[in-house]
Design a protein around this ligand. Structure first.
Ligand SMILES: [Mg+2]
Length: 227
């Protein structure tokens, strides 16, 4: 069936957002004169802990010293602001091929959607950083945040996006960077192109229709051929 829409995950798929988060954590530690610095390996381990404050507390437990809980809470607020500043100054780039593919799809009259469980605020901050305009001017449908109860790998967020695109799954193609995301999209009946990111490279993408290091060599014509 003819391809009518592309649906993108946000974090790790459009951009390596976790790298900006890591940078924001490290800037906050430095501002507090703390001898903490998270490299990619540290951060990969810490990402298994959900929540920024919890992540800092886990690191404190691992190294045996660090700020108390109240200071961690205050630092986490500063970190969130630092993350916003990084995006506001255009400090995060789209992953290779992403901007071109979205432009090509738009020019060909395809619909564009986002399916993410990150907050709408984070989606807007990233859209401002990557395109310099609101997400609603780039994407026709934005399925983000708590619009559905069950998070990925449940299919709900993709089903929500398809419903608002008013398309069957066979007429759309999804782009994901994680096992959770891949299985969420597959559960909704979508074909999936997986582009593992810095922090999901070790995951199992066997269920994807195509696994690529990034979209640098992937054009709209390739998407049309997959559908
Ligand atoms: Mg992702």
């Amino acid at each position: 069936m003819a391809l009518k829409a592309l649906i993108f995950d946000v974090d790790g798929t459009l951009a390596e957002t976790e790298e900006a988060h890591r940078q924001a954590f490290n800037a906050t530690f430095a501002a507090h004169g703390l001898d903490w610095h998270w490299n990619q390996q540290d951060y990969a381990r810490l990402l298994k802990v959900t929540g920024g404050k919890e992540r800092m507390a886990a690191h404190r437990a691992a190294v045996g010293h660090g700020p108390d809980d109240a200071t961690i809470a205050a630092m986490h607020k500063e970190k969130t602001a630092a993350y916003g500043d990084i995006l506001a100054r255009g400090g995060l780039q789209a992953r290779p091929g992403v901007l071109r593919l979205i432009e090509e799809a738009r020019a060909a009259g395809l619909l564009l959607a986002i399916a993410t469980t990150t907050s709408p605020g984070n989606v807007e901050a990233l859209a401002a950083c990557l395109w310099g305009k609101p997400a609603g001017q780039v994407f026709d449908v934005i399925a983000a945040g708590d619009v559905v109860k069950a998070k990925k790998p449940a299919p709900d967020i993709y089903l929500f996006a398809l419903e608002h695109l008013a398309l069957p799954a066979a007429q759309a193609l999804a782009f994901e960077d994680t096992w959770n995301g891949l299985h969420s999209a597959k559960g909704a009946g979508l074909k999936v192109v997986a582009t593992p990111s810095v922090y999901s490279a070790g995951e199992d993408f066997a269920a994807a229709h195509r696994v690529l290091p990034d979209l640098g060599c992937f054009r709209l014509v390739d998407a049309l051929a997959l559908a």
